[in-house]
Design a protein around this ligand. Structure first.
Ligand code: ZN
Length: 125
């Protein structure tokens, strides 16, 4: 993947995250603009995205195998994803579908090892 592609992927990830946090804040915190807490989460997520060394191979931050978020921020972003993920299907279908597909890809990529582990367990029994 060339640099330009990596950067556009990074931008796409950022846009998705901001959109999800906005939606979450509007519905959960009743803010028209971002509340200070969500504002801080956006800023944090942007920095993480900027610094992510796995942009080329990973799919989406929430699925990233190297969990670069602090436990506190990870909890916050997970709550946002859980809430906004399914709702994005209606407001931003293309982005939401892409997100679901990328999450699925990520899962598939980790499954062969998991499969081997299960086979091994079967043989031991
Ligand atoms: Zn908020």
């Amino acid at each position: 993947m060339n640099r330009q592609k990596i950067e556009s992927k990074r931008e796409r990830e950022k846009k998705t995250v901001v959109m999800m946090i906005r939606l979450y804040c509007r519905k959960k915190h009743g803010s028209k603009e971002l509340c200070p807490e969500c504002e801080a989460l956006v800023r944090y997520a942007m920095v993480r995205s900027d610094k992510c060394p796995f942009m080329e191979t990973k799919t989406f931050c929430s699925n990233c195998r190297v969990h670069c978020y602090t436990p506190e921020m990870r909890e916050k972003i997970r709550a946002v994803m859980r809430f906004s993920g399914p709702r994005m299907i209606f407001s931003h279908p293309v982005m939401a579908v892409r997100h679901v597909m990328e999450s699925r890809l990520e899962r598939n990529r980790t499954s062969p090892k998991e499969k081997k582990r299960l086979e091994k367990e079967d043989n031991e029994n």
